[in-house]
Design a protein around this ligand. Structure first.
Ligand SMILES: *[C@@H]1O[C@H](CO)[C@@H](O)[C@H](O)[C@H]1NC(C)=O
Ligand SMILES: *[C@@H]1O[C@H](CO)[C@@H](O)[C@H](O)[C@H]1NC(C)=O
Ligand SMILES: *[C@@H]1O[C@H](CO)[C@@H](O)[C@H](O)[C@H]1NC(C)=O
Length: 305
């Protein structure tokens, strides 16, 4: 097998397959890949991400599948046409985008640190904290440079001036990319990355988890928040709309003003909060749990033969 990520490897090895992992960045061309396939005598191949890895397998003589999440296919409409026309198997699962500093894992598993001290964490970062009276929105940045991190900053700062209890915390390794601006936006704070278990505990302390990015792929941060019973507010882009049904499993907004308006209505509607977290949890358990992913991967590989 040829795989791009370590995350799905576990599921396949558990089913008795012998797997060989290859990073698509290290393959210059499909010729290199087809030579590798011949020399190692592989029975089947899997590519994660159509555009990056799938194209290297085009024309391959062994059966292969392409796994992609959410919007991979939207990246390139030409690519979409090729896919529709070609005979390889397509598998839409959650090769989720790493949240915070988590490593890639297949299927959503949340592990909040029970001894995590939220107040202390806020205090050491110079973020206002005041028992339970403040309302925190958390934006979790992954490892990659975030394309549009400050999308909400101005609207949020304006809302904060009107209602000083609302705070937006931007957390993750990528915060180092934009240090200067944030310090001038009222109510918007940066927090450097914390261990995964602490992050999950922090998510539970927040009113909502926010996604403002326009990048492709599925957000593990959102799925994890949904698993942790915390409401999610995400920008209405295909990747987010694929996992969130507006007013059912979360809220989708199209511009910063709508974000503020939806947030206000969520704060004032505990009934909606309860409904959203219950349905979101149900959705993640049913479609993105570790067990679900394991079964799905194993069945997919069997279907290649
Ligand atoms: C896909 O198939 C259609 C109809 O058979 C054809 O017109 C089109 O050129 C093909 N596209 C690609 C990218 O091969
Ligand atoms: C959990 O939090 C405690 C207290 O801050 C810390 O000492 C410990 O290292 C954390 N555990 C993990 C797994 O992050
Ligand atoms: C936001 O969501 C998109 C699409 O789901 C994802 O690719 C991105 O990593 C997320 N970004 C943040 C900062 O949460």
């Amino acid at each position: 097998f040829l795989l791009e990520f370590l995350n799905s490897l576990d599921h396949l090895e558990a089913a008795g397959h012998v797997c060989f992992l290859k990073d698509s960045f290290s393959c210059e061309s499909s010729l290199v890949v087809s030579k590798l396939i011949s020399s190692e005598n592989f029975d089947a191949a899997l590519a994660i991400h159509l555009y990056k890895a799938g194209r290297l397998l085009q024309g391959s003589r062994i059966p292969f599948g392409v796994i992609f999440g959410g919007t991979d296919i939207n990246e390139d409409t030409k690519c979409e046409e090729k896919v529709r026309n070609s005979s390889f198997r397509i598998f839409s699962l959650t090769p989720v985008v790493a949240a915070g500093n988590s490593c890639h894992q297949s299927g959503i598993v949340t592990t909040p640190n029970v001894s995590f001290n939220w107040e202390k964490c806020l205090q050491s970062a110079g973020i206002p904290h005041d028992g339970n009276s403040l309302c925190y929105f958390l934006l979790i940045c992954g490892l990659r440079r975030v394309k549009d991190p400050l999308y909400l900053a101005d609207a949020f700062a304006e809302w904060h001036r009107e209602d000083p209890s609302v705070q937006l915390i931007i957390i993750g390794p990528a915060v180092s990319f934009f240090p200067s601006f944030i310090s001038r936006a009222d109510g918007v704070h940066l927090l450097k990355e914390i261990p995964q278990e602490d992050l999950h505990a922090a998510v539970k302390k927040c009113f909502a988890v926010v996604n403002s990015s326009i990048s492709e792929g599925m957000s593990a941060a959102l799925l994890e928040a949904m698993d942790l019973n915390v409401p999610v507010l995400a920008r209405n882009i295909p990747g987010n709309a694929a996992i969130i049904t507006h007013q059912e499993t979360g809220l989708l907004y199209s511009n910063p003003e709508e974000f503020v308006q939806l947030s206000k209505s969520l704060i004032s509607d505990p009934c909606l909060q309860r409904k959203i977290v219950a349905r979101a949890k149900e959705y993640v358990t049913k479609h993105h749990s570790w067990e679900h992913e394991r079964n799905a991967y194993q069945n997919f590989v069997l279907s290649l033969h």
